[in-house]
Design a protein around this ligand. Structure first.
Ligand SMILES: CC(C)(COP(=O)(O)OP(=O)(O)OC[C@H]1O[C@@H](n2cnc3c(N)ncnc32)[C@H](O)[C@@H]1OP(=O)(O)O)[C@@H](O)C(=O)NCCC(=O)NCCS
Length: 206
């Protein structure tokens, strides 16, 4: 597919509320970017969403979905199983998912990031990542402490992305991917995710 030239930054918009129409477009993105085993389904997504309706960050361009991040909180048990590669994202049900809870340590999973191929290698990933970081800051303002975050990297693009955020590899899985983890500085003034390549480690992302 051909990359769209001269994108207008003002036409990007980020939304957190899931509409049926958005979910349909997100599943289509999964369809063309993930293998059969890595794809989400409508019922799976709605099952997760029924527990926590704050798990999606959706990027639109000209009112069409061009990317999204799925970021969830797991039970401690599910987190541990995920970290040790005993379960993967498609095994997760509403029993494993939690709402973000204030005044407690939250164990999270950066479940998925996808950008439409026409919008890669440009501003889209930066806007989406910034929106995610903004969400972390908003959660923190509400007292939600994110203790640590896992990510299951199923592609080289995903690994490159997650390493830039300072995640470190934990274990290889039997489905040809690598689990990464990042601990956050929950006792400091703000929980920030930083780019590993930043010379000044205190500088927030982007
Ligand atoms: C992973 C994915 C979202 C990355 O998006 P991308 O547009 O390909 O990202 P690129 O690596 O080309 O980077 C584009 C720009 O964003 C920046 N960027 C990339 N990752 C970043 C990050 N984590 N934080 C901040 N900036 C980042 C890059 O530095 C680059 O900017 P530059 O051109 O000024 O150097 C995208 O490749 C994708 O959707 N892949 C298919 C689905 C997939 O594999 N998902 C991951 C599953 S684990």
């Amino acid at each position: 597919m051909k990359k769209i030239q001269n994108l207008e930054v003002s036409k990007f918009r980020v939304e957190n509320s899931l509409k049926d129409d958005y979910l349909e477009q997100m599943l289509k993105l999964d369809e063309s970017n993930y293998s059969e085993d890595d794809k989400g389904t409508y019922s799976m997504c709605m099952d997760w969403y029924s527990v926590n309706n704050d798990i999606y960050i959706i990027l639109l361009y000209d009112n069409k979905v061009v990317g999204y991040i799925n970021f969830i909180a797991l039970t401690k048990e599910a987190y541990q199983k995920f970290k040790t590669a005993q379960i993967r994202d498609t095994d997760l049900t509403s029993k494993d998912i939690l709402p973000f809870v204030a005044d407690k340590e939250n164990y999270c999973l950066f479940m998925s990031i996808v950008i439409h191929p026409n919008f890669r290698n440009g501003d889209a990933v930066k806007i989406l990542t910034k929106a995610w970081q903004y969400k972390l800051q908003q959660l923190e303002k509400k007292g939600v402490k994110i203790k640590s975050i896992l990510a299951d990297c199923v592609s080289e693009d995903g690994e490159r992305y997650i390493k830039r955020l300072g995640f470190e590899s934990v274990i290889a899985t039997s489905h040809d991917s690598i689990i990464y983890e990042k601990s956050l500085r929950i006792n400091s003034k703000s929980q920030t995710i930083e780019r590993e390549s930043c010379q000044n480690k205190e500088k927030p992302l982007l």
